[in-house]
Write a protein that binds this ligand. Structure first.
Ligand code: S3P
Length: 167
């Protein structure tokens, strides 16, 4: 059984995943890392040189690879839920947690980070609002459990995930 983390950019999937991996003594895999190592390029560069569809195709392979074995923590890129095939693969490989972040925290927690091509646009605030609105239902239907992260520390979020995981 895998422990899968989905949610918007900045919701803390990577950090929460790292901490959970330590505490549960499980391996952490991050779909963005798999994509970058397969492509031999950063995600920014991939978007720039190949475009989003190529990134999404690599992401789909990364999700399938990550979910292909068990007893792992899988931190997914924020857009992994856009493809229903990813959702199926993830849900059937384990328990999916949606780290739910609101507009304001998402703005704050992604500010100053240039490594997310989707947010390097003129109207960043508007784009975050738009993407969140579009994706909220997808995260909700992908997840078995929903954890609100606004205003919480990584440790608090980790504890909430653990309480459910250990039930
Ligand atoms: C994306 C989220 C990013 C990364 C890529 C696209 C998205 O991952 O996969 O920039 O579509 O939301 P993080 O959620 O880890 O930032």
């Amino acid at each position: 059984m895998n422990l899968v983390l989905v949610g918007f950019m900045g919701s803390g999937k990577s950090e929460v995943g790292r901490r959970l991996a330590e505490l549960l003594d499980m391996e952490l895999v991050d779909t963005d890392d798999i994509v970058e190592s397969r492509a031999g390029a950063s995600i920014s560069r991939l978007f720039e040189q190949e475009g989003e569809p190529v990134f999404r195709a690599l992401e789909r392979e990364a999700v399938a690879e990550a979910a292909g074995t068990s007893e792992r923590i899988i931190a997914c890129g924020g857009g992994a839920v856009l493809d229903p095939r990813n959702v199926d693969v993830l849900r059937s490989s384990g328990v999916v947690f949606y780290l739910e972040i609101g507009d304001e925290d998402a703005q704050r927690r992604t500010a100053g980070n240039e490594s997310r091509p989707l947010l390097n646009v003129g109207d960043r605030e508007g784009e975050i609002r738009r993407l969140l609105e579009e994706r909220r239902p997808l995260y909700e239907s992908a997840a078995h459990h929903r954890i609100f992260v606004d205003g919480k520390s990584i440790e608090e979020v980790v504890q909430e995930v653990l309480d459910i995981w250990r039930r």
